[in-house]
Write a protein that binds this ligand. Structure first.
Ligand SMILES: Cc1ncc(COP(=O)(O)O)c(C=O)c1O
Ligand SMILES: Nc1c(O)cccc1C(=O)C[C@H](N)C(=O)O
Length: 401
């Protein structure tokens, strides 16, 4: 036991990102390992929101719209862009991930074929292990456009993609197992088959360097309340590269995406740029909380974040192996290169164990039917916390007999 404690102390002492933890408002009694569901608040966000509410809303009132409110979706999108490997002008923050999946899928299904003249593609391939909302929304987009759904895992696309495939919707990291898929390979496979690809980055944005532009990804969406720490219900982002913006005909043609919203014209005319991915009024309070939260990334090297995420999850897996042995099964990939910043552990009483851990101030979560998930946010989690979580889990299991 003390071997692990010593190792954790040494790893924390040598951690080049250790000082970043102080940027977050954390309860020192709590081991918070659920940043893959809801990230922790950066300290300065509360004061910023006091200004947004007290001054911008309270004093400037309606005058705040042209003073940085109306264009916040694009401005905050440009702050997220470098975190996902996108040049400016290609990311906008608006609506929820679910709504953006709908916009991007319908837009992708309506786009002209990747290869000119290659018409008649009518299949929408969807990640077979996806977080449910993606599957539900894909079904809805398919119903609306007449496409047919076909399930496939992101690393089992061979033999599935073919001349009928129009669009492929994939998760970069599996929400249940933490498995990280090869974006370069799957994107290439989709394109080789003549299909467009839409990536859901919910569990990878803020976790590792992502190269949307360099890989020629068609469209992407992601949420901002997990590893980007935007706060509960923070709006999601959409990526539409410059080369596809003119072809992006999304189904929610609201005034927010209009070329001239304040002309109040009777006919819809989409904006010529990323703004066409917007729909209605931006949720300013959440959006500006997210904007403030994104400042914690200033000067942070994503390669270092990734290195720590792999090391933290690896150390946690090692603690689980040593302290719990075969009483639980680690279902996340052992190879750190194929794992997001999450370790999932299987046990038949997972639900009860998560509750018992929370009673001991260790917060993870449960995913049906039998998975305990532990998310590691390298900006604020420590190796000491990884050890304490495994030790607490061992204690809870021992107490249960
Ligand atoms: C992969 C994935 N997609 C989408 C969502 C959620 O979508 P929304 O933000 O619309 O609730 C989640 C988590 O809630 C998720 O894990
Ligand atoms: N978005 C959530 C919510 O509104 C309530 C509770 C949990 C969530 C989540 O983000 C779940 C998460 N996507 C997951 O991976 O399970």
């Amino acid at each position: 036991m003390s071997g692990l404690a010593d190792r954790a102390a040494k790893l924390d002492a040598d951690d080049p990102l250790a000082a970043l933890r102080d940027r977050f408002d954390l309860d020192p009694e709590v081991v918070y390992l659920d940043g893959n569901s809801l990230g922790a608040p950066p300290r300065h966000v509360a004061a910023r929101m006091a200004d947004v509410i007290g001054r911008q809303w309270g004093r400037r009132l309606i005058r705040s719209w042209p003073e940085g409110w109306w264009d916040a979706p694009e401005r905050v999108g440009d702050r997220i862009a470098p975190l996902v490997g996108a040049a400016p002008g290609q990311v906008v923050v608006a609506d929820s991930t679910s709504v953006n999946i709908f916009k991007t899928l319908v837009a992708a299904l309506r786009m002209p074929p990747l290869r000119p003249g290659d018409n008649g593609r009518d299949e929408l391939v969807v990640d077979a292990a996806t977080f449910p909302t993606d599957g539900y929304i894909a079904a809805s987009a398919a119903e609306l456009t007449g496409a047919e759904l076909r399930p496939a895992l992101p690393d089992e696309l061979d033999g599935v993609l073919g001349e009928r495939t129009a669009v492929v919707l994939l998760n970069h990291v599996d929400y249940r197992t933490g498995r990280l898929y090869d974006m370069a390979q799957a994107t290439r496979k989709a394109h080789d088959a003549g299909a467009r690809v839409v990536w859901d980055l919910c569990h990878s944005a803020g976790v590792l360097p992502i190269e949307l532009d360099a890989l020629g990804v068609d469209l992407a969406v992601g949420c901002t309340y997990k590893f980007l720490n935007g706060g509960p219900g923070a709006p999601a982002f959409v990526y539409v590269p410059h080369r596809l913006q003119e072809k992006f005909h999304q189904p929610l043609a609201g005034w927010g995406g209009h070329r001239e919203p304040f002309a109040m014209a009777p006919e819809y005319e989409p904006a010529p740029n990323i703004s066409r991915a917007r729909a209605g009024t931006p949720d300013i309070l959440s959006l500006l909380a997210l904007e403030a939260a994104l400042e914690v990334w200033d000067g942070v090297d994503l390669a270092e974040v990734r290195a720590k995420g792999m090391a933290l999850t690896g150390f946690f897996a090692e603690c689980v192996d040593e302290l719990l042995g075969d009483r639980v099964e680690i279902v996340s990939p052992r190879d750190p290169e194929r794992r997001g910043h999450q370790v999932s552990v299987r046990h038949p009483a997972a639900d009860r164990l998560v509750t018992a851990l929370a009673e001991r101030e260790v917060i993870g979560d449960f995913r049906t039917p039998d998975v305990l998930r532990f998310g590691f946010a390298p900006l604020y989690n420590t190796y000491g916390e990884a050890r304490r979580a495994a030790e607490t889990l061992a204690g809870v299991l021992a107490a249960a007999g």
